[in-house]
Design a protein around this ligand. Structure first.
Ligand SMILES: C[S@@+](CC[C@H](N)C(=O)[O-])C[C@H]1O[C@@H](n2cnc3c(N)ncnc32)[C@H](O)[C@@H]1O
Length: 250
């Protein structure tokens, strides 16, 4: 089977039921502590209104949702359903981070790993402009792309495991550079799902964007933001975890 024959983005559709097993909310505790402190630095104490674009299952958000007044957006109804269950007090909307306009402004906009789904500069700039359109002057943008073109070595290979409700999931990820056109990466996923000894195997594939840090800086500027790359320790990854931080300059 050629990679091109594997259907794409099944994890956000028919296989979305695997998400809480693949990447359990508890695994985000350390990472979420960084997001909480980067929010608190400029915002200070209080239950400020915040917006998350591409909330997915809301796993990262769940660790600090009760301390703010969050609104959440995602393109996938099954992923939103997970986040609604986990974060029942959060207002959720189906929408595309490149184009949604809620007609409201927030103190901060978060785009966690979902920002990696912006495949080219037009998409990325559109998402950053959505963030700007939803921020008060001086508002905060935080974004955490999965990888940067600088230092990326193709292929990356990863695997993981999770268990819940009699289901055991083992997954393998092969992430490689696609050289045609705008640089981007393709991740090929194999899920081995064991339900009480009955084993099911599923294949999936995703494309995500790959930009050098200099492009992030330039596009943050074009969308009206200052730019700082915050490098933070995270025990689950080798090297630094990077959160991009922008303040709306108007
Ligand atoms: C890896 S998941 C995010 C997981 C999330 N950080 C969590 O803590 O559960 C990526 C999400 O990005 C969403 N997504 C991809 N493209 C999008 C777009 N253009 N607008 C909004 N959401 C998008 C997908 O539907 C998916 O739910």
């Amino acid at each position: 089977m050629r990679a091109e024959d594997i259907p794409m983005y099944r994890l956000y559709g028919e296989l979305a039921w695997l998400w809480p097993v693949m990447s359990a909310p508890a695994e985000y505790a350390e990472e979420a502590a960084h997001w909480r402190s980067l929010l608190r630095e400029p915002l200070g104490p209080g239950r400020h209104p915040i917006l998350e674009l591409g909330v997915g299952g809301g796993h990262n958000l769940s660790h600090f949702a009760s301390e703010f007044v969050p609104v959440a957006v995602d393109l996938s109804e099954p992923m939103l359903a997970h986040s609604r269950r986990l974060n029942p007090a959060v207002e959720h909307h189906l929408g595309d981070m490149r184009s949604i306009r809620l007609g409201r402004r927030f103190r901060a906009v978060l785009i966690h790993d979902a920002v990696s789904h912006m495949l080219d500069e037009n998409d990325l700039l559109a998402a950053l402009r959505t963030a700007a359109a939803h921020l008060e002057p001086g508002g905060l943008l935080l974004a955490a792309p999965d990888r940067f073109e600088d230092g990326f070595v193709s292929p990356e290979v990863d695997r993981g495991q999770g268990c819940a409700d009699g289901l055991s999931l083992t997954y393998f990820e092969y992430t490689h550079l696609i050289r045609e056109g705008v640089p981007r990466v393709e991740t090929i996923l194999t899920y081995v799902i064991d339900q009480g000894g009955t084993v099911q195997v599923e294949l999936d594939r995703m494309h995500t964007g790959l930009f050098p840090l200099a492009t992030w800086r330039r596009l943050f500027g074009q969308a009206g933001f200052s730019f700082v790359a915050r490098r933070l320790p995270l025990s689950s990854i080798a090297g630094d975890y990077v959160i991009l931080q922008g303040i709306l300059q108007r």
